[in-house]
Design a protein around this ligand. Structure first.
Ligand code: FES
Ligand code: FES
Length: 468
């Protein structure tokens, strides 16, 4: 991967700034990160009591149309109907905005979390704050919209009778809270349905509770900067092989594309499905996807190594040759705790200094009065946050790098960026106002940050990269 420094930015990046600015004036105004309508259709809807007109394409979702219209409290978690973070009310029915074509908003009356609290908080919003029914808050707008609709209907039918916990759980079954705030969520909804939160100003223990229950909390995926571009990554379509050749020129000439960077050199190994090969920055998602398509890398696939047995078999190809061990990123490919790594694919055993000092596992076993030998296996477990990994990066003319990141470790990220891009730490600013979950997986510089910053250098414009 080409390593950009402050010096190379000052000699090449500022030229890109000038051309980027000229190009942007001549372009359509679809907000960065949202699909651009290739054949715009005009859709009119009443959203939160306001009459709005959307220009959308046939593939634009209601989620993207609403977010582009500033309703960023409508969250995109899974993007395919599994998490409920994007819930809205459309014509008196709750629905997932990510599964709804934007054209289905035509003539509709829509309520988002922003409309819910417009004339004073709904009892459900008060209850969520008072009962502390949230943590990161990324799932909260979806829960609140669904629960408010359900509570209103429940009370119309039953009065202030408290529903059972199971009843509430069934009503909210389409929603996931990765932080696991379910106990308090159900308690809050039961309380709201029983009329205990019709009034009052108990804001609960969380300073940011109000911002989260009203959808006003701005996460990294919600950041919009003037002139911001959408970054997208080309990934390996198979688990093992080689990048033979990649020509960036065709992608650079795609309309709407402002920058293309290579993330793998010609001849480099591909070690896993989805490995990053190159990235583009474009006006919108559609242009970015067209840019990725134009890249057309020449790839050579090889037999993948699947599972322990395959990896440890006699003569198994080595995924990481010894000299490349240090380049293995700790996320996914490497092993964070100290562990030896020989010439084969076997890494470890993990030296568990944290738990047992410097003693070897074999010594401990020798002293044991009873040993049980068994083999246990499990699938790979991956952290999953409702807010995806996301970074918005801007490189200022002064050379300062400004980053909005979904990160748990602001100071560490500053340090990592300084090292990776050869910039002094005082010239780096990292914002992380709200983080939609991390669980230990957002603790250092990840590929979204690297790509966003490199594309920002390349284009001279702010770039947002959101992993799916
Ligand atoms: Fe729509 Fe998850 S259900 S974003
Ligand atoms: Fe529910 Fe974080 S509070 S996902």
């Amino acid at each position: 991967m080409a390593k950009l420094t402050r010096r190379s930015f000052l000699t090449t990046g500022l030229a890109a700034t000038a051309t980027g600015a000229i190009a942007s004036e001549a372009r359509a105004e679809a907000p960065a990160g949202e699909p651009a309508p290739s054949d715009p259709l005009s859709v009119q809807a009443e959203v939160d009591g306001e009459s709005l007109t959307f220009l959308v394409g046939p593939d634009t979702t209601a989620l993207h149309a609403l977010r582009a219209a500033g309703r960023t409290g409508v969250k995109e978690g899974c993007g395919h109907g599994a998490c409920g973070a994007c819930t809205i009310v459309r014509d008196a029915r709750t629905t997932c905005a990510c599964l709804l074509p934007a054209t289905a908003l035509q003539g509709a009356k829509v309520t988002t979390v922003h409309g819910l609290g417009a004339k004073g908080l709904h009892p459900v919003q008060r209850a969520f704050m008072a009962e502390d029914a949230l943590q990161c808050g990324f799932c909260t707008p979806g829960f609140v919209v669904e629960a408010a609709d359900w509570v209103d209907r429940w009370r119309a039918e039953h009065g202030d009778v408290e529903p059972t916990r199971d009843r509430v759980a069934a009503a909210l079954a389409g929603h996931l809270c990765r932080c696991g705030a379910y106990v308090a969520i159900y308690r809050a909804v039961q309380g709201a349905a029983a009329g205990r939160y019709d009034a009052g100003d108990d804001v609960g223990p969380r300073k940011d509770g109000h911002a989260k229950v009203t959808g006003e909390a701005r996460y990294t995926v919600d950041v919009q900067l003037p002139g911001m571009l959408h970054g997208a990554i080309l990934r390996a379509p198979f688990a093992r092989g080689r990048l033979q050749r990649l020509d960036l020129a065709a992608a650079r000439s795609v309309p709407g594309v402002h920058g293309v960077i290579r993330l793998l050199e010609d001849g480099a190994s591909i070690r896993y499905f989805g490995q990053e090969i190159a990235a583009v920055a474009a006006d919108d998602e559609a242009s970015a996807q067209a840019g990725l398509k134009a890249l057309a890398p020449e790839l050579e696939s090889e037999r993948p190594i699947l599972g322990f047995e395959d990896a440890m078999a006699e003569g198994a190809p080595t995924i990481f040759p010894k000299r490349a061990h240090k380049q293995a990123p700790s996320a996914a490919e490497g092993f964070l705790p100290p562990a030896p790594w020989d010439e084969s694919n076997v890494r470890g055993p993990f030296r568990s200094d944290w738990f047992s000092g410097h003693r070897k596992a074999s010594d401990i076993l020798d002293e044991a009065s009873l040993t049980v030998e068994e083999r246990y296996e499990t699938q790979i477990q991956a952290h999953c946050t409702l807010e995806p990994h996301a970074t918005v990066a801007q490189v200022h003319e002064s050379g300062q790098i400004e980053v909005w990141a979904s990160t748990q470790a602001v100071v560490q990220l500053v340090h990592d960026i300084a090292e990776r891009f050869d910039v002094h730490e005082r010239d780096i600013v990292v914002h992380a106002d709200y983080v939609g979950g991390g669980f230990g997986a957002k603790a250092g510089i990840t590929i979204d940050a690297v790509v966003a910053i490199e594309l920002a250098y390349e284009t001279g414009r702010p770039v947002r990269v959101v992993l799916s």
